[in-house]
Write a new protein. Structure first.
Length: 200
């Protein structure tokens, strides 16, 4: 029984990893069941034997892609020495989204939010929770920087966090639609300015 469960878990993970780039590039609506069967080499029955429907696969894929980005960010935040540098990790990681080990298709939060805001409440909820978690992470770093004496007192943590997120995600959108990495690089300079202005 335990071997069957572990085999099922491996199959689920294989489906998620194999279709992650497809969903993140084509979106939920643009990804067909034939895309999934072609990519995995599995039958529709095999996929539905592991997931209730295409939406379940899409939700698992979002979690997978988001975890990949979040894991990369957390790893780099842990190794950064100052709170300024820890906050800059967000800009640095996202600035490399076309060049690094980012999920195929770009930012899963942005892609999902744009597609699902009016069409899929479950995916929209996943993207919203990811944004709120990101906001809390930025706010916590700002507060820790204030407590460490690195940042000024009286900062509006919520406004700053939302501004950083908006600049990063907006920068990615502009960069993708214009095919210009230079646009994103320039926007990240503004993120750097916001973070630097908090320093004592």
């Amino acid at each position: 029984m335990e071997n069957k469960l572990s085999k099922a878990d491996r199959t689920r993970q294989f489906i998620i990893e194999t279709t992650a780039g497809i969903f993140n590039t084509k979106g939920y609506a643009g990804t067909s069941m034939s895309d999934l069967t072609e990519a995995t080499g599995l039958t529709k029955g095999s996929i539905y034997g592991n997931f209730g429907n295409k939406e379940d696969v899409a939700l698992a894929v979002f979690d997978h892609n988001y975890a990949k980005v979040a894991g990369l960010i957390q790893q780099r935040i842990r190794s950064a020495k100052t709170y300024h540098d820890k906050l800059m990790v967000y800009a640095q990681v996202y600035d490399q989204f076309t060049r690094g080990n980012f999920p195929v298709g770009g930012c899963p939060i942005l892609n999902t939010a744009v597609e699902a805001d009016d069409t899929n409440s479950l995916l929209k909820d996943r993207a919203a929770k990811a944004i709120l978690k990101w906001k809390k992470g930025v706010q916590d770093l700002i507060q820790a920087g204030v407590e460490a004496g690195e940042f000024k007192q009286g900062l509006d943590h919520s406004r700053i966090a939302l501004s950083i997120i908006a600049l990063v995600e907006g920068g990615i959108m502009i960069s993708k639609v214009t095919n210009s990495q230079a646009c994103l690089d320039k926007i990240m300079v503004t993120v750097e300015s916001i973070i630097s202005e908090m320093k004592i």
